[in-house]
Design a protein around this ligand. Structure first.
Ligand code: GLU
Length: 391
């Protein structure tokens, strides 16, 4: 394989697939396109058999309710869109549930707002829920929580939402199923000389300029938001494809080599989040470890409550803390899965005792290894890169 070969779908471990309203909803009948959805569900079942986890980001809620509610004018007010989304989301979720269940798969619905991927606490919760659903063999189907999100807390388009989801769960690949088979040098509908670009290794200003202006009317997507998604995903170490969705079995076609545009992950993308944990957050507490826990985290393990001797500071779940060696040296930083009050109660105890001590069963790890950075490791990864905004 050459250095810049397109990624193979088979090699992925976790894939996010984004599907737009135009694919899900038959515009004449204003009904879900059940035959096409069944072919996508069959593809997802095939991926799962190969050990690939799949998360779907699906639009279509608003489009599915417009006619039913008599909201057929081209432009809807925000409140009308929100009302339509609450009616249509039920239909959308049941269409997914029906399609996936005929292949023995369980659909799980998650409705997210921008804040859920930016606020550290909600970010940890959403990420943990998604990973748990995947471990349980479910297919999470995500949409924006349009009904409650106001202007400033909206993603506004599901391309961007899909990028954030891919970043959040550290997906290997994000596939945007579209009405076009990739990125072109110009709009191929208007310019017959527009050339298809099969592989984008770096998102340069020239590439970004190919996004053009946002499309008019209700549609929120277009190439521009796809390139925004590409930036988010590739900077997080995730490859992204723009592929034709309108065919039956679009994911199988892509696996079999259908034409598309791949955007390669940026080098060091995966470590951006760790750099963010290590560098750009002010720690709100200090957790002192015993010698055994120091050895465990040095080996790359998570921090368990048993290895903690002392907690200082006031912090909430998801807040950044410093990990301290018995001799006082600062060893690492991490995002704590418990508040300082709860951490103090379970410190020094076995994981099995967490439930008895707190009255509820939280995470086994007090800091998961994905949320923990050893400071000598951080130094070798370079400066801070805020992958997420501060709360
Ligand atoms: N979340 C909206 C819906 O389900 C669509 C947003 C988008 O397609 O980008 O109808």
């Amino acid at each position: 394989m050459s250095l810049h070969a397109a990624p193979a779908l088979d090699q992925a471990r976790l894939v996010v697939v984004k599907i737009g309203s135009a694919l899900i909803v038959d515009p004449l009948a204003a009904e879900p396109r059940t035959g096409w959805l069944a072919s996508v569900a069959a593809d997802i079942a095939d991926f799962r058999k190969r050990g690939i986890g799949v998360v779907v980001v699906s639009s279509g809620a608003i489009a599915l309710a417009r006619r039913q509610l008599g909201l057929t004018q081209k432009r809807l007010r925000l409140e009308e869109k929100q009302a339509a989304a609450s009616v249509g989301q039920i239909r959308l979720a049941s269409a997914w549930s029906a399609a996936l269940s005929s292949y023995g798969l369980t659909a799980a619905q998650l409705l997210l707002t921008l804040g859920d991927t930016e606020d550290r606490r909600r970010y940890l919760n959403a990420r943990a829920t998604l990973h748990t659903l995947l471990e349980l063999g479910c297919v999470p189907v995500i949409n924006e929580n349009d009904s409650v999100a106001t202007g400033e807390i909206r993603f506004g388009d599901n391309d961007r939402l899909a990028g954030r989801v891919a970043e959040m769960i550290e997906a290997d690949q994000l596939i945007l199923l579209s009405d076009i088979d990739g990125l072109y040098t110009d709009d191929p509908k208007r310019n017959p000389d527009a050339r298809h670009i099969p592989l984008v290794t770096t998102l340069t200003a020239d590439i970004e300029a190919m996004g053009g202006a946002p499309p008019p009317g209700y549609s929120s997507g277009g190439m521009r938001t796809k390139l925004v998604a590409a930036r988010i995903a590739t900077q997080a170490g995730c490859a992204m494809a723009i592929a034709l969705g309108g065919v039956a079995h679009p994911l199988t076609s892509l696996r079999d080599g259908a034409r598309c545009t791949w955007f390669l992950p940026q080098p060091g993308g995966r470590s951006a989040r760790k750099r963010w944990i290590a560098g750009s957050l002010a720690p709100l507490g200090r957790i002192t470890l015993d010698a055994g826990a120091v050895r465990a985290i040095a080996r790359g393990s998570s921090l368990l409550p048993a290895g903690i001797t002392h907690i200082e500071g006031q912090f909430e779940r998801g807040d950044p803390v410093e990990l301290i060696a018995p001799d006082g040296a600062i060893l690492a930083r991490g995002l704590c899965a418990y508040s300082s009050a709860d951490a103090a109660i379970i410190a020094g105890h076995r994981t099995d005792d967490i439930e008895t001590l707190l009255g509820w069963r939280g995470r086994d790890e007090i800091i998961h290894r994905d949320d923990l950075v050893l400071l000598d490791q951080a130094a070798s990864q370079g400066g801070a890169n805020p992958g997420l905004t501060k709360r």
